[in-house]
Design a protein around this ligand. Sequence first.
Ligand code: ZN
Length: 330
Amino acid sequence: MNYIVLDMEWNQPMYARPAFLENLPCRLEGEIIQIGAFKLNDQLEQQDSFNVDIRPVYFKKMNRKVEELTGFNAERLRAGMPFPEAAKDFLDFCGEEFCLLTWGADDVRLLRENLTVHGLESDWLEPWYNLQVIYNIQTESDHQQKSLETALKFFDIPQDLPAHDAYYDAYYTVKICQKLDIKKGIAEYPSSVLSKAKEEKAPELDRKFIKGYPSTKAILTDKRLQAVVCPDCKKALASNVYWTRQGNNKFFSLIHCDCHGDYVVRLTVTKAGKKRNASRCTQKIDAEALARYEEKIQKERERAEKRRQRSLEARQKEAQAHVSEEVDIV
Ligand SMILES: [Zn+2]
């Protein structure tokens, strides 16, 4: 089995959270703009490396802080490759059997979010290990998170490459790995940290991605997507949710768990050639968001009522025309 040492840079929204984020299938804290990685064999010897820039589609404007840190500017952003291609290349690079090693827990979380937003599978991220945890245990440090810099200083590793570049940071992370006993670190990895990482994933357990529908209608009537459980307690909350349209390829439904409160179930339809794919995710919402969604449902009901009225009127007119035609004939 190989180890993939991964580091990424991501862009963030310029100001407060933009409204369009609500329509995404999951939270998106940052949009990945660079993936840097090294492949190590089980002796921690370097086998291969990976470095791509990615063109963001949500946070397209460079956040000033991120720009200062990473040196990424608008020009470099535009030259990046689309995320789905980059993700595919990265997975090809990772190979058949691998586990991810990262400095901190942010990278894997962000990568999972980015994959989900693009309708891509994220199961392959498991298993992954946070090297900060292994470092703290093996250097007998406290439980505080340590920066990459702290670890480099601790091991007397010279830092002459620019910081905040995914490729160089991944390179430095490799240098730290080579000072640690990774096999032992993984064997001794605290189960509490593993279960915490699983907990963080918990909201995704009720995430569904189903491919290959002949039409959007087939998606909206699929019982598998209409059955929803509470992401927190797994209790079945609904077996046939009604989808309210929200934009072209997006639908939602509201559900309520007596123990855990309100959730929105979002359904996104994407085209794949002549077929349609569906991705669904259930997310907790507060009272304010609930009110906004209820308003949307109300408006959609009013529109539906108007459509019903119009078609009723049209049918009545048609019927009247018919009657007068018959009268003429008589
Ligand atoms: Zn619940």
